[in-house]
Ligand binder design. Sequence first.
Ligand code: COA
Length: 282
Amino acid sequence: MTDRVPDFETLLLEVEGELGWLTLNRPDRLNAMSATMLDELVRAAHWFDDHLDVRVVIVRGAGRAFSAGADIRAAGATGSPSAPPPGSAPWQARREAGQRGLRMANAIEQMRAVTIAQLHGYAVGGAFLLAVSCDLRVAAEDTVFFIPEVELGIPLTWGGVPRLVRELGPALTKELVMTCRRFGAEEAKQARFLNRVVPALQLEAAARELAQAVLAMPAVPVVITKDQVNAAAEAMAPARTGYLEGDVLLGVSADEAAQEVRRRYAARTFGEEAKSGGSGSA
Ligand code: COA
């Protein structure tokens, strides 16, 4: 490694030899995924891709959660990762907002380095999809997962449905997405979503141990294996071409009834009225 690790507003990148760390870094917002964070995740993925010497990257969250998912409190059209309502921004800007999550998931999934999601606290909605875009997943035993998009009045987008079908199967995907119920690490492990579940205090050590096990293997067959598995998974249920979902999101989230659902959700969750233009987007 000769060049400096870049600075980001919402992420922290670190490198220790062949091991990289990508930390979501908005702890005061439980690492809610803003438009800036989604764009920076794409840039961070590309930065790691440019550094062949970093062979494994651990993706984690600063503070008490991996991430509470899409930033549903972001104000205004450009501050939200989600689809802002018509009239609030030019058409092209709104379309871009609808595509951000898919671009993030695709960039993470296609990283050359092996990615390990290190999960604790909460992994919600879009953050669950970030985790599903990683190759391997380790969670603290008290991690709580849920996928609240439907309760927010929008469909799950960001290429999430095909990725979840691949990992969890159709019936469990339908149940978790349709009911938005919370589930824990043990259930996620039984559903084969997680590789390891460990006590919270052992989480970082467990992620490191898994990283070291991969790093102990020769580099080229490891990356070929990643490509092979990703190609087979993409053939099972294509996820990378889900760009139309972002356009669907534009339409659905503009609906008045959906906006009312979202306001009620924000009031229930944060005890306040949702700001106009903010909505979940994963
Ligand atoms: N977007 C923006 N801000 C968020 C957020 C989100 N998705 N989730 C949490 N935050 C903020 C809260 O508003 C709060 O900020 P404040 O201290 O300025 O009031 C801070 O992060 C801590 O969240 P809080 O709700 O107080 O923590 P909690 O431990 O009581 O609850 C959750 C944690 C994850 C259960 C709860 O925050 C939640 O349900 N968040 C929304 C999850 C969601 O619907 N995400 C969209 C998925 S696509």
